[in-house]
Ligand binder design. Structure first.
Ligand code: PLP
Length: 421
């Protein structure tokens, strides 16, 4: 760690491909052999991570033109990409069709109309799965609910039935199935299986009402992973057995691929592979608090902490060399960044000794929703570099992303760009 920090500087993300492989294998073992698994690039779109999972046979769930570009550049086939997400634009549909994507998750009537127009322009037939915003909530204590309560995701089952019926009799959009993503970061096998069973049940009901013989039922994910603190991937027991029984009952034919059952996962596959190395720039005391100023704040990690339960700012790094400046009893150690906002906090009570200025700390389990989910442009600091390691520790890839300024034609920018190329 110290060698990498010395060679490439900090803040530095380190991704270990060996861990990506181990996670991929663990998820495969957990789910039925017949299942298709999509890697959700939103968790970590680093090309090396995406390429590793593509080689391992995972399909790609993408939500933007750029994510699709990464997937294809990583060797993914366009037929194995699924474009998802609310508010897809005509340009996004058009670009995906141009590149050969033929399966889309639709979130609304508007989504349907936009895709119909884009497919019509090119006279191509595409498959659609309809994302449900089911009002039925299955589990308790799940990480973050995406349905079961009003959200911006998916459509009411009645809307899906209506779209499926009219699409079956017209046009280029072929309704082939249902998509649900009810919750994320679900910590126990019981709750996870309850979510899946509820999703299978809802999907089967909507398919029956729509008179649709489904070819694809994507019941989402929810596979949890620790974030920014030590911990291992959750081991969910007997998921495949319990799911198979429900599938046999509600969607017979799934073993032969009719419908193909699909899952999606981001954090479970990528979370464990990444660490963030950050240097202690200053250690200060204010009142009853010690502030450890790091060169990585929410511009490098945890920019989504504003979303509350998704990413609580309680990073737990290792690597502090205890300084002689002991914190007084009752003092809290705050890990903060360098941004000019009191909200730039990675932890309000880190369980670490007061470190020394110059220490390099390692924040584990930030391979998912780390760099790309952060406030990269805020205060225009350099974006952390990213280094990818093979299992033997050799460096296979290093990069630093930059924010680039494009002149959109309204005249020259009068000064040196704040963010350089
Ligand atoms: C539709 C959809 N698919 C996949 C994911 C990935 O979730 P996770 O990283 O928790 O596996 C999300 C996350 O919000 C999502 O909304």
């Amino acid at each position: 760690v110290s060698e990498l920090a010395a060679r490439y500087g900090t803040p530095l993300y380190v991704y270990r491909l060996g861990d990506v492989r181990a996670a991929a294998e663990a998820l495969r073992r957990m789910l039925p052999d017949e299942a298709r698994i999509y890697y959700s690039l939103k968790a970590n779109p680093h090309p090396a991570v995406v390429a590793e999972l593509t080689r391992a046979g995972f399909h790609s769930e993408v939500t933007s033109t750029a994510e699709l570009g990464v997937a294809l550049a990583a060797g993914q086939l366009p037929q194995r990409c699924l474009l998802t997400g609310p508010g897809k634009t005509a340009d996004e549909f058009d670009d995906a069709l141009t590149r050969g994507v033929r399966t889309f998750s639709l979130e609304s009537e508007t989504d349907y109309q936009r895709l119909a127009a884009a497919a019509g322009h090119r006279s191509v037939q595409v498959d659609i799965i309809l994302r449900l915003n089911s009002v039925h909530a299955a589990g308790r204590g799940t990480g973050l609910r995406m349905t079961g309560a009003p959200t911006q995701f998916g459509m009411a089952p009645e809307t899906a039935v209506g779209i499926a019926r009219s699409a079956q009799s017209s046009g280029l959009l072929r309704p082939v199935g249902i998509h649900l993503f009810p919750a994320t970061n679900v910590p126990t096998a019981e709750d996870l299986v309850a979510e899946f069973k509820s999703s299978i049940d809802t999907a089967a009901t909507v398919l029956r009402q729509a008179g649709l013989a489904a070819r694809l039922v994507d019941i989402g994910g929810g596979f949890a992973a620790p974030f920014a603190r030590p911990g291992t991937r959750v081991r969910y027991e007997n998921v495949r057995e319990r799911l198979s029984a429900t599938l046999d009952d509600r969607l017979p034919g799934w073993r032969g691929g009719e419908p193909r059952i699909a899952f999606e996962s981001g954090r479970y596959l990528a979370g464990g592979c990444g660490s963030l190395l950050t240097t202690v720039l200053d250690v200060k005391t204010s009142g009853a608090s010690t502030y450890v100023v790091l060169d990585a704040g929410v511009n490098a990690l945890g920019g989504m902490s504003g979303l509350g339960r998704l990413m609580v700012p309680d990073a737990q790094p290792t690597g502090a060399t205890p300084s002689t400046a002991k914190a007084a009893p009752g003092h809290r150690i705050n890990l903060v960044g360098t941004l000019c906002t009191p909200l730039d906090v990675l932890s309000r009570s880190a369980a670490i000794p007061v470190p020394n200025v110059g220490d390099v700390l390692e924040i584990p389990n930030v391979g998912a929703y780390g760099l790309s989910a952060s406030l990269l442009a805020f205060l225009s600091k350099p974006i952390p570099a990213e280094v990818v390691l093979e299992e033997d520790g050799s460096v296979v890839h290093v990069r630093r992303m930059v924010l680039r300024e494009l002149d959109l034609g309204a005249g020259a920018v009068p000064s040196v760009p704040v963010i350089s190329v």
